[in-house]
Design a protein around this ligand. Structure first.
Ligand code: AMP
Length: 546
């Protein structure tokens, strides 16, 4: 027997229409590229998204055409997310922090027709435009007064295009399985791979983000999405803020500690989200200036493992609750979130922290397990670790333009992460499978070592890589950036600090103090670059693994 309920497609354009109708006066505030604050309402945002849609149609774009953006988190970029996908074109969010060769590769692979670009990135495009045969033109995300001189060909001004349209249109009714957007993985090795989201997957994912057991957005809160719209779908926050009718504050390119602190306090932000590197900058800024962030209630941290010390500082010193999230571009990106269960609230704080450092439980929609190399499922006992496998309606099925499935015979997607899952369903990432240090047949988690070192009061950042060892195959080398470069802690002091925090045989064989650690285009520690930098590093041979 069939149910007899309405069967309307799930489309991202419905989200901005909904926000305009139900929360018309809720505001979106942007710290613009030019530096001023801009503010308008969901109603205006929806109208301008439609003006953009009309302008794109007038340029000859339509269903299935890929339109790229290279832009910061601003109200204009927010409009692009709806204006492009709303007409059935595909929004390709390009990460401008990628190397020029990778940019050329993904723009050509995606066959981008137009690139909508913030002025910051115009010189970058000028340097590669001759290598981009599919690109018919560029739309500068600015007004006439700020249009720069450029050697790019067929350039339009965003505000001028919008001014020619009235925004009086209905969004087309599309098939919900049509592509809405395209995001490439950061690809530290090999070429980046495209993940192509559908309207359906994007809307379902937004519900998971909005749910209280997800990020828990609602209309009473002011949300500051710091995670860039060009990285992993901005963790779903562009769609979820419209779905929840939240007040939105967008930071533009101003992502340093001082600017983020100012935005949080002046805009009375309740909730924000970003990778640990952003929070390291903010916490460092707060520590050196004595500023506080009293209005902030909670923060989502993900993208890399969240150090215990970071959680503790946010919660104990600044009164901000930390929820760790895990996900990846291939998962739209939300997979798990770590929110305390009722009984955890009664535990002493250190015991709560033992749970908070884990990546959390799956949100509804995501099924998750761990497997050994032969594909056998491993126990969910918090001890056994193996390949983290996932399934769900917002998990990739196959990469863009690849004929092969990205799944195994049973429909599981191998995340490339190694993890444990405990009896209460909490998942903990042990490592990326390629970063795990294989020492004498045992595995050492680089993440656990890094987190332990980050607890040292004089350590700003720590990275651990495996270095060839004549006896043990690989041993850990720790690379540390000190908080105060003029008076760094000694390697012995850090090693001493680690002694009570990790197994003896995990202790790094060497600790190097450096000025800076390389990061990838998405703010993660660039282990590939570190491995190249330290490839000839010679360790002593007398390490004992007992
Ligand atoms: P991306 O597609 O750039 O978002 O990268 C996804 C990868 O980032 C995952 O496969 C993990 O290796 C890593 N990652 C994301 N969130 C976390 C987290 N909370 N803890 C540890 N690693 C994470």
């Amino acid at each position: 027997m069939l149910g007899q309920m309405q069967d309307s497609p799930l489309l991202v354009s419905q989200l901005i229409d909904f926000a305009a109708k139900v929360y018309p006066s809720q505001t979106i505030t942007t710290k613009t590229v030019e530096g001023e604050l801009h503010q308008y309402t969901f109603k205006e945002s929806a109208k301008r998204s439609k003006q953009l849609a009309q302008a794109l149609l007038r340029l000859g774009l339509g269903e299935g055409d890929v339109v790229a953006t290279m832009a910061w988190n601003t109200y204009r970029h927010y409009e692009c997310w709806y204006g492009i996908s709303g007409i059935g074109a595909v929004l390709h969010t390009v990460n401008p922090r990628l190397f020029a060769e990778q940019l050329v590769y993904i723009i050509n692979h995606a066959e981008d027709q137009y690139i909508m670009v913030d002025l910051t990135f115009v010189p970058l495009l000028e340097s590669i435009q001759d290598l981009l045969p599919s690109v018919k033109g560029y739309i500068f995300l600015t007004d006439e007064a700020h249009m720069p001189e450029t050697v790019l060909k067929n350039v339009h001004c965003y505000e001028t295009l919008l001014a020619q349209e009235d925004g009086d249109m209905e969004w087309p009714s599309l098939d919900e399985s049509q592509a809405s957007s395209l995001c490439y993985t950061s690809g530290t090795t090999g070429n980046p791979k495209g993940v192509i989201y559908s309207h359906r997957s994007s809307v379902l994912h937004s519900w998971a983000v909005c749910a209280k057991s997800g990020m828990g957005l609602d209309a009473s809160e002011s949300v500051l999405p710091i995670v860039p719209m060009f990285h992993a779908n901005a963790w779903g926050l562009v769609y979820a803020t419209a779905m929840a009718g939240s007040r939105v504050v967008l930071p533009g390119p101003h992502l340093d500690g001082a600017n983020i602190c100012q935005l949080i306090n002046e805009q009375k932000i309740d909730f924000t989200a970003a990778v640990p590197t952003v929070w390291t900058m903010l916490l460092n800024y707060l520590e050196t200036t004595g500023n506080t962030i009293d209005c902030l209630q909670s923060v989502i941290i993900g993208g890399s493992a969240v150090p215990r010390a970071m959680i503790e500082t946010f919660e104990q010193k600044y009164g901000v609750e930390v929820w760790q999230a895990w996900g990846m571009t291939e998962l739209s990106p939300l997979g798990t979130i770590n929110k305390p269960q009722a009984q955890h609230r009664e535990w002493d704080y250190q015991r709560q922290l033992d749970v908070k450092v884990k990546q959390g439980r799956a949100v509804f929609g995501i099924d998750m397990t761990i497997m050994d190399d032969e594909g056998n499922e491993l126990a969910h006992d918090g001890v056994a670790f193996g390949r983290l496998m996932v399934k769900g309606p917002w998990v990739v099925d196959g990469y863009f333009k690849s004929k092969n499935t990205a799944l195994d015979d049973n429909g599981w997607f191998d995340t490339g992460d190694v993890a444990t899952i405990d009896a209460s369903g909490n998942m903990q990432i042990t490592d990326r499978s390629k970063d795990v240090i294989k020492s004498g047949g045992e595995w050492i988690s680089s993440i656990d070592l890094e987190n332990a070192a980050m607890g040292h009061p004089e350590v700003l950042e720590a990275a651990v890589i495996g270095v060839h060892h004549p006896k043990w195959e690989e041993r850990p080398l720790m690379i540390v950036v000190p908080k105060t470069p003029a008076t760094p802690p000694s390697a012995e002091a850090i090693s001493e600090f680690l002694t009570s925090r990790v197994a003896k045989w995990w202790l790094p064989d060497a600790i190097e103090i450096v000025k800076e650690i390389p990061h990838t285009a998405t703010g993660k520690i660039n282990k590939v670059a570190l491995r190249t930098q330290f490839k000839d590093y010679v360790l002593s041979t007398n390490t004992e693994m007992a």
